[in-house]
Ligand binder design. Structure first.
Ligand SMILES: Cc1ncc(COP(=O)(O)O)c(C=O)c1O
Length: 412
């Protein structure tokens, strides 16, 4: 009978919903007991206050709360006038929504290889750019800031717009600045799994007045009716498109959650540092490359084994120690964050038999979604082992997780 390293139950759950409490309940109760307050465009609504405080926190000029992170990404793309005929570089390791937001506006997503940061390999921008490339969407996966500076430099070199998908990384910073704020636009998701949540929600950010106006038009088919400070006088030609208008009930919950973000992340950051400092020098793995550990949300921890075989053995040895990790050899598959599992996209299946955007006459490119298109990504992910961290975990959990990893690493 093996003496397992994990003796204390590891609390599951996600940072946002674990902190839902009386503040969220009070706002929801207030709104439901005074239903005349449920309109998000009423004066001083919670949704508007969320937008103002999210701008103050991140340093962004404009924020628009919408119904999902996918919608927020579509606002970024439409805001930047990206559409039919355009290619958008995306990570081959990101939630399918990053790519599907491109399709929503009529553009074609092009997957780029990741490196051991688990974010886009900056060298890929040079390799994947075509005459049709208009923008890059940089995803910060699992709360870890991606290699932002190098990707931005490459995007600039090619005259590309840059969007940051911060859906999994609300609160992450890069070199002391909130992720996204130095790009043309960025998006948050507040879905059930995220660092702050209202069940479902998202937020589109930009520093540019015109991009904001266009993103706003994208979000509401009758946008000019509600004004939101943007009317015919904004000088931006009005268009009508999708319906992403937020619910004030969600805006209210999001408002309460925003106030808890930094406190929760201070805990997860501390826990992750503690875990890393308790690890022995690794034999069979390396830690995920994190260029800015201070800006990391601390909500995930990833190891990259030297070989697939070592990954499999580590997964099994950790399981014996009582620690279940996300890897290609555990129940975490299929994983819709890996481009080969982006069904519909890999088959280039559009919503109608015309199969837009791929067969759109405006599109002249030939985006490739075969497994051969990003072999390095598949190799890295076949060797990676991942764990989530939340604020309900304790020092003791970290000590035991580190012991499990140390034992597993020295077991073969
Ligand atoms: C990286 C990433 N981008 C976009 C999204 C889409 O967000 P939502 O589910 O709120 O539409 C998610 C959601 O899981 C995500 O993880």
């Amino acid at each position: 009978m093996i003496d397992k390293a994990i003796k204390t139950p590891i609390p599951g759950g996600c940072v946002g919903y674990l902190s839902i409490g009386k503040e969220e309940l009070e706002i929801a109760t207030e709104l439901l007991s005074q239903p005349e307050k449920l309109w998000r465009y009423r004066e001083n609504s919670y949704t508007t206050r969320f937008e103002q405080e999210a701008c103050e926190l991140t340093g962004a000029k404009h924020a628009l709360f919408v119904n999902s992170g996918t919608s927020a990404l579509s606002c970024c793309l439409a805001g930047l006038a990206i559409g039919p005929g355009d290619e958008v570089l995306v990570s081959a390791y990101t939630y399918i929504a990053t790519a599907s937001a491109c399709i929503e506006v009529g553009a074609v997503p092009v997957p780029c290889e990741i490196d051991e940061s688990l974010g886009i390999d900056p060298a890929e921008i040079d390799r994947r750019v075509t005459p049709y490339t208009k923008a890059v969407i940089l995803t910060h996966m699992q709360g870890v800031p991606a290699r932002t500076e190098a990707v931005r430099a490459a995007a600039k070199r090619h005259g590309l717009l840059m969007i940051e998908d911060c859906c999994q990384a609300i609160g992450a910073k890069y070199k002391g600045r909130y992720c996204g704020v130095d790009s043309d636009a960025f998006a948050w998701s507040l879905n059930y799994f995220k660092n702050i949540t209202c069940g479902e929600g998202g937020c589109f950010f930009t520093n540019d007045d015109r991009v904001y106006a266009r993103g706003y038009f994208q979000s509401d088919p009758a946008g000019v009716m509600w004004g939101n400070g943007i009317g015919e006088d904004s000088g931006v030609p009005y268009f009508t498109r999708a319906g992403y208008r937020a619910s004030e009930l969600c805006g209210g919950v999001a408002y309460a959650q925003l106030h808890k973000l930094e406190r929760n992340l201070a805990v997860t950051r501390g826990l992750k540092k503690m875990l890393i400092s308790a690890l022995n020098t690794p034999r069979h793995y390396r830690l995920q490359r994190v260029d800015d550990p201070e800006g990391d949300c601390g909500v995930s921890f990833a190891m990259i084994a030297n070989t697939k075989e070592e990954c499999k053995k580590l997964t099994e040895a950790l399981d014996c120690e009582g620690l279940t990790v996300g890897s290609a050899y555990s129940s975490a598959f299929p994983d819709r964050h890996i481009f080969t599992f982006w069904e519909g996209i890999v088959k280039r299946q559009g919503a109608t038999p015309k199969n837009y955007p791929w067969n759109d006459p405006a599109y002249k490119g030939s985006a490739d979604y075969s497994a051969d298109s990003c072999p390095k990504t598949l190799d890295i992910l076949s060797r990676s082992l991942r764990l989530s961290i939340n604020q309900a975990m304790t020092r003791q959990n970290m000590i035991e997780i580190a012991e499990a990893i140390n034992k597993a690493d020295s077991s073969f």
